[in-house]
Design a protein around this ligand. Sequence first.
Ligand code: TXA
Ligand code: MG
Length: 317
Amino acid sequence: MQENPSLSEAVRILESGNVVGIPTETVYGLAANALNEEAITKIFKIKNRPFFDPLIIHLKNAEEVEKYVSQFPAKARKLAASFWPGPLTLILPKNQNIPDMATSGLSYVGLRVPDHPLTLELLSRLDFPLAAPSANPFGYVSPTTAQHVNDQLGQEVKLILDGGPSRVGLESTIVMFENDTEPVILRLGGLGIEAIEKCIGPVGINIASHSKPHSPGQLDKHYATQTPLIIIGENYKPENENLKIGALTFKTALPLVHPQNQVVLSPDGSLEEAARNLFGAMRKLDSMDLNLILAEKFPETGLGRAINDRLFRASKK
Ligand code: TXA
Ligand code: MG
């Protein structure tokens, strides 16, 4: 791989306990030394994130897991072997090497190996893992380009590594393993449930929305645009003719909305392509001074489920 001139600067900034914007295949992250509480505190401050919301720790490879957990159940190992590097986070019982600040005092830690060459190269040059939430102000839509990060956090973040647009476009799927009990999905994401179940058999799902959730990823309003967004049924008719309306659709545009105010996420009907384009489209429509964004419901298969989850949370008041 050709040397990215920013890489050595990123190493220097992270080693000095500061934050860097990093590309991943899911969404861009706001990274700091996961073993340094002071560095982690900077992430929470920049994001305006509540301290009760734990961070995902990014590792250079699956062998690193043993350093940070007290148990690594067989099914979790199997998932790691099959899908890392990739859009999967495993929540496992932590050991004392992970600071409490990173997990918001929880006795479990979220770990993943991201699938992006630049960030894997960065991790290989560091002697610590990286804590990194999505690089957006708390509650807003996640960033899928370096420009998205720069637009909102450019003032506070000295360096954003540009690794191009995120290939998956949705955050990682989160699977929790409580002791030796069965795995439970806490967040739908870039790895479909079908693939997970093919690998380890049936998994539980607990993605319920709460205003005070047990796992903060379940916050009911999240991933939200400033502009109100609603999910519409087939026979939707606007109540107020004077509203400036935009739309987010899967394969075909809505006749009732001006073409310029619409984003069709995948004219070919690919859920992968729709997922990749979703957050960029939400940001674009949100910048257009609209009164309302209409969103179509997606098929409940593969990444369609995760897309619907994001739209649903964005639509919560
Ligand atoms: O794809 C991703 O996962 C991206 C990229 C940057 O890796 N990261 C990401 O981080 O989406 P964040 O912080 O925006 O979302 C992580 C979610 C949070 O909702 C948090 O509550 C949950 O993971 N989480 C992290 N550690 C947890 C733990 N120990 N127990 C329960 N939930 C946890
Ligand atoms: Mg986030």
